[in-house]
Design a protein around this ligand. Structure first.
Ligand code: PMP
Length: 321
């Protein structure tokens, strides 16, 4: 049997109604996720807050659940759970991993959720009446290290050759996978893509540009995945008094930026200080990054406080998992 190569521990995962060790979780080969990449996924951070009794705060979880609902809807799968059902399920998987010792109470975690159309005789069009496959895995979250935050990372660039439904969080990720591999082979952190000379996004991150104190990003459209951090960073920029513009950004503008920042659930915000072989701006993390990073950490603390109040006040909805 093939071992799962990069999973050193064996977390308890949820698969179709059962909690099982990852090493024992199996889906039939005719699952359309395997055969066609016919499914969607979601990745949400669950921050540990040992200071409060409520445990973990699923950060911006309502937005993650809303995006999950949009993704299944876009591909014609009936959402297997409502929001309360998803929350209960994640809480169950977290509890199983804490009890099992695979996840310490003080460890930040990441919830990976995947829904595929299910198992059916192979044929491209949707078969009627099949049950979606539901998979949930909660593993420790490894945020970028201090050196990456302090010095920034190098990114490479490439033409965006993906399909034009990048707003669906599809498990059909071959275009993104090839771009991530291109970065890995070129000793870079991430590949930043252009379509027709205009910035789109990274292989697994949104991209932000700061020039003369103004922050911009490509507008929400079918050409990018709208990260949950997209709306968050808009809000944080507002709090910090940084003007934000959603607009098309040319390759030349990206290369002339004072600062470039990438964002995602697992990176939060991270400065890009080299692009291909050139420094970005002064070649070190800038003031816009510093302000957004600090505001991001405040937003995490704020959600933890709200979660704690929810636990203490029975009249409010309990939002911790
Ligand atoms: N774009 C792509 C292609 C991604 O894979 C991701 C990561 N899920 C993002 C953007 C950022 O999304 P989020 O902020 O929700 O992690």
């Amino acid at each position: 049997m093939t071992a799962v190569s990069d999973v050193s521990s064996d977390p308890i995962v949820y698969l179709n109604g059962e909690l099982v060790p990852l090493s024992e979780a199996r889906v039939p080969v005719l699952d359309r996720g395997f055969i066609f990449g016919d499914g969607i996924y979601e990745v949400a951070p669950l921050y540990a807050h040992p200071a409060h009794a409520g445990g973990r705060t699923p950060f911006r979880f309502q937005q993650h659940l809303a995006r999950l609902a949009r993704s299944v809807d876009r591909i014609g799968i009936v959402n297997p759970f409502d929001d309360a059902g998803w929350r209960a399920l994640i809480a169950q998987v977290v509890a199983a991993n804490e009890a099992d010792g695979g996840l310490r109470a003080d460890q930040d975690a990441i919830a990976y959720i995947q829904v595929t159309r299910g198992v059916a005789k192979r044929g491209h069009a949707f078969p009627a009446g099949i049950q979606p496959t539901v998979f949930v895995m909660v593993t420790p979250l490894n945020l970028p290290d201090a050196a990456q935050r302090a010095q920034g990372v190098r990114c490479v660039t490439a033409e965006d050759r993906r399909w034009l439904n990048c707003d669906i969080k599809s498990v059909s990720l071959l275009g993104n996978v090839l771009m991530a591999q291109y970065a890995a082979e070129n000793d870079a952190f991430e590949t930043i893509q252009f379509r027709d000379g205009m910035l789109t996004e990274g292989s697994s991150s949104n991209v932000w540009v700061a020039k003369s104190g103004v922050l911009s990003a490509p507008p929400r459209s079918h050409k990018i995945l709208e990260g949950i951090r997209y709306g968050l960073i808009e809000e944080l920029a507002g709090e910090c008094g940084i003007r934000f513009e959603a607009r098309e950004i040319s390759e030349a503008e990206l290369r002339a930026a004072d600062e470039i920042i990438v964002s995602s659930a697992t990176k939060e915000v991270l400065p890009v200080t080299r692009l291909d072989s050139q420094p970005v701006g002064e070649g070190k993390p800038g003031a816009v990054f510093a302000a957004l990073y600090a505001a991001y950490q405040r937003a995490k603390a704020q959600e933890a406080r709200e979660a704690q109040q929810g636990v203490e006040n029975e009249s409010r909805e309990r939002i911790t998992v």
